[in-house]
Design a protein around this ligand. Structure first.
Ligand SMILES: [Zn+2]
Length: 504
């Protein structure tokens, strides 16, 4: 506190001279404001802000109300501050069994079907390697195979990726490829490192994903899709040798419905006629994981609400604070304030926006995202992606002025950069970094609250939240005001995407 107070004394006369409006609004943000926002957004009444649930909608409405109060413009093509997103909610079959030759697989035991109903289907099983087709490279696992009306069995993942992320990302495409080839079912062999029981409990509930916009993927055309934990009965060896085996499939109680959530977006127009066509995109996810079983962590009848005060109430409040400060004293470039939904389901809200941007991505010159699991050292702002976009000096200036230091790239083993919403934009080429509450590594201080019911507003250091919000707004301003645009560092994994996006 002392340190920032001292720095403010040095800073105020400088800004009083350099800005027409006097002290930029991030310096005059009251501590009570972020605290009040957080106490609302992480309240029990919002029930953990789970995507598509009422608590999530109320959080979105609250954020939109702030943007309206600050006078933000709505994005082109929208009537209000919501960008609606359709989701599909899929409930796996309640009962299913699959017989391969003489071995029986039963749903909830060694079988987990996720989609599709089947009524005592008698056919053959065919092994299709990964069940992958890549037109660019010419790879086609279905070449020379007749799978019409048959059940195809596949290895998990793709020829190029068998890590959990690749396996997860390939599921939908593999299902579609199998259906296009005329198969009636696709079952993947469970050959993952983590325990089958854990995988089963993760998927054996209603699962939400972005609604498929491909008209062909209409509900009537669902094929049976799922996973099996193979028995050591020699059947797979026979299948791999190209033999066909008799197979029977029954699956009941699968259902699918369409439901909705929304991103919240508002625009602050820049003051510089030359630079206002360039946009700095500020993002934070406002969704969390909900209550009870959906939370994924331990809960009791007394407390079953995963409030998500840190994850990502703090980031959401930093975003709201930046909206206020930057709309009051507008920077040279324009700013997009985007609160995304669906992060906890797999970065879905940011992914949707990156594929349906309301301001063209090639005019979006930077993404400053804020998200985090919590904090274990309140002398820092941790910056994921530090050193990668040419913005380090501005970030340090924005953070240091409030008496905080930058902790660069914490917990490298957690691969944080590719696990939050910034990656939805980075992968499209937009230079992006993430502001995270002071984290020096993933220790017990972090895991105590990360995705736990105890991550509630009574356990927050509000003095720190105040500075964190100020530093976020300040950093956004410095980047939006700077003459130079952020640039990917030479050789960065997203540099090529950047060159393609901006046509350099
Ligand atoms: Zn989270």
């Amino acid at each position: 506190m002392k340190r920032s107070g001292f720095l403010l004394l040095l800073v105020i006369p400088f800004f009083a001279l350099s800005q027409d409006s006097g002290i930029p609004a991030e310096f005059t943000l009251e501590k009570s404001e972020p605290e009040a926002h957080l106490r609302f957004l992480a309240s029990d009444e919002l029930q953990g802000r789970r995507t598509t649930e009422m608590g999530n909608n109320i959080a979105a409405r609250y954020i939109a109300a702030q943007l309206e109060a600050y006078g933000l413009k709505t994005a082109p093509g929208l009537e209000g501050y919501f960008q609606p997103i359709a989701f599909e909610a899929v409930t796996p079959p309640r009962q299913a069994s699959f017989t391969l030759h003489k071995t029986v697989y039963t749903q909830g035991e060694n079988l987990l079907l996720l989609t599709g109903n089947a009524d005592n289907l008698k056919t053959e099983a065919v092994f299709v390697n990964y069940g992958w087709i890549d037109e660019e490279s010419g790879h086609n696992d279905y070449q020379g195979l007749d799978v019409k009306g048959k059940i195809v069995l596949a290895l998990p993942g793709t020829p190029d990726g068998q890590d959990p992320m690749s396996i997860f990302n390939a599921m939908k495409t593999k299902r579609k490829l199998a259906r296009q080839q005329g198969a009636v079912a696709l079952i993947e062999l469970y050959r993952l490192q983590f325990p089958w029981a854990f995988f089963r409990s993760f998927f054996d509930k209603e699962n939400l994903s972005l609604a498929d916009e491909d008209a062909q993927d209409s509900p009537g055309q669902d094929i049976v899709y799922g996973w099996m934990q193979e028995e050591q009965d020699g059947n797979f060896q026979r299948l791999q040798e190209g033999k066909k085996l008799k197979a029977t499939l029954t699956s009941k109680g699968f259902s699918r419905r369409t439901t909705f959530s929304q991103n919240v977006i508002g625009i602050i127009e820049g003051t510089d006629p030359q630079l206002r066509d360039e946009y700095v995109l500020l993002t934070a996810h406002y969704d969390h994981v909900g209550t009870g079983k959906n939370g994924g962590g331990a809960f009791t009848p007394q407390d079953s609400i995963f409030n998500g005060a840190r994850d990502n109430g703090m980031g959401t409040v930093a975003l709201i604070s930046a909206a206020k400060a930057l709309s009051k004293d507008r920077p040279r470039r324009s700013v997009i304030i985007l609160a995304v939904t669906g992060e906890e389901l797999g970065l879905l809200g940011s992914k949707y926006y990156s594929e349906h941007p309301l301001i063209p991505l090639d005019k979006t010159i930077f993404n400053l995202n804020t998200d985090g699991a919590g904090y274990n050292d309140v002398s820092y702002v941790s910056v994921v992606g530090f050193g990668r976009t040419g913005t380090d000096a501005l970030v340090e200036a924005g953070v240091n002025i409030f008496g905080l230091d930058v902790f660069p790239n914490p917990a490298p083993e957690q691969n944080l950069y590719d696990r939050s919403d910034n990656v939805s934009f980075a992968s499209k080429g937009v230079p992006a970094i993430q502001f995270t509450p002071g984290t020096t590594g993933f220790d017990e201080k972090i895991s105590k609250y990360y995705h736990q019911v105890g991550d509630n507003p009574d356990t927050i250091d509000y003095g720190y939240l105040h500075k964190f919000c100020q530093a976020f707004a300040r950093t956004a301003r410095l980047i939006a005001d700077d003459n130079a645009r952020p640039q990917w560092r030479n050789g960065d994994k997203y540099e090529k995407a950047g060159k393609e996006l901006y046509g350099e």
